[in-house]
Ligand binder design. Structure first.
Ligand SMILES: NC(=O)c1ccc[n+]([C@@H]2O[C@H](COP(=O)([O-])OP(=O)(O)OC[C@H]3O[C@@H](n4cnc5c(N)ncnc54)[C@H](OP(=O)(O)O)[C@@H]3O)[C@@H](O)[C@H]2O)c1
Length: 217
């Protein structure tokens, strides 16, 4: 390699793709599995400044690597995690395989309208969300408690119903069997449109995930 050959950019791209493939192979090896059901991709590269313009290029290269693993059957599905609307749009404009199930933090304090609309209205796929309870941060909120009283459900059920009723998929985790049962009982009641509007109005951009992907270029 050398400047005189004018091939650094191409070699850089090949090396990045190889790095991504190595990461995928390491995951398969560590899990000791022939295939992985769903592999997620984070939008940024570790060690790079969030505003670095190379994130976008590296994202595309990593996704190309994931597409190869998908084509070979080693990844049964490939998804994106914590992608913003911009990241998703960029990916959808260039990918061969569209991401299945984008995963993002979404709860009444950060309702993620833009990426949700982009995915559901324009491309017809659903979101999977985590931190649906804001680490407990909205459970005692006045608006939530008003709705809890009016529908006779628990705060957790109201928050889960808020998501489910808008077509958002949630995989709530609990170490307590009674809570697992409680969380499953959200398909036998409805929130009113006004309840949804009131919960949406809690949106203030507060996220509980320590890593913030919204600044990743
Ligand atoms: N892509 C990402 O960056 C990212 C980030 C975070 C998480 N995730 C993924 O999202 C999934 C879920 O996240 P998570 O594990 O943090 O779980 P979660 O479902 O968002 O929250 C779990 C917490 O909620 C509590 N809880 C559950 N049901 C409750 C109820 N009915 N009442 C009160 N508290 C209740 C649990 O406590 P108890 O156990 O005591 O009930 C636990 O502390 C995981 O698969 C995780 O890997 C992804």
């Amino acid at each position: 390699m050398g400047a005189v050959y004018g091939n650094e950019a191409h070699l850089g791209q090949v090396l990045k793709e190889l790095e991504a493939k190595e990461g995928c192979l390491r995951s398969l090896e560590k899990l000791d599995c022939k295939y992985i059901n769903l592999y997620w991709h984070w939008p940024g590269v570790e060690g790079l400044d969030p505003g670095d313009s190379r994130h976008s290029e590296y994202r595309a290269q990593s996704w190309a690597a994931l597409e190869e693993f998908y084509a070979s059957g080693q990844f049964r599905a490939i998804g994106v995690s914590n992608y913003t609307a911009k990241h998703i749009w960029e990916l959808l404009m260039s990918c061969r395989v569209a991401p299945s199930v984008p995963q993002i933090e979404c709860q009444p304090k950060i309702i993620q309208r833009k990426p949700r609309d982009l995915c559901t209205l324009y491309f017809g796929f659903r979101f999977n969300v985590y931190y649906w309870m804001c680490n407990g941060g909205v459970l005692g909120d006045g608006e939530v408690m008003d709705i809890v009283r009016s529908c006779g459900r628990t705060p957790a059920q109201v928050l889960l119903r808020w998501a489910v009723q808008q077509g958002i998929s949630v995989l709530p985790r609990s170490s307590q069997p009674c809570r697992v049962q409680e969380n499953a009982q959200v398909f036998d009641f409805q929130l009113s449109e006004m309840d949804i509007v009131r919960l949406d109005a809690l949106n203030c951009g507060t996220r509980f995930c320590k890593r913030d992907s919204s600044k990743v270029a």
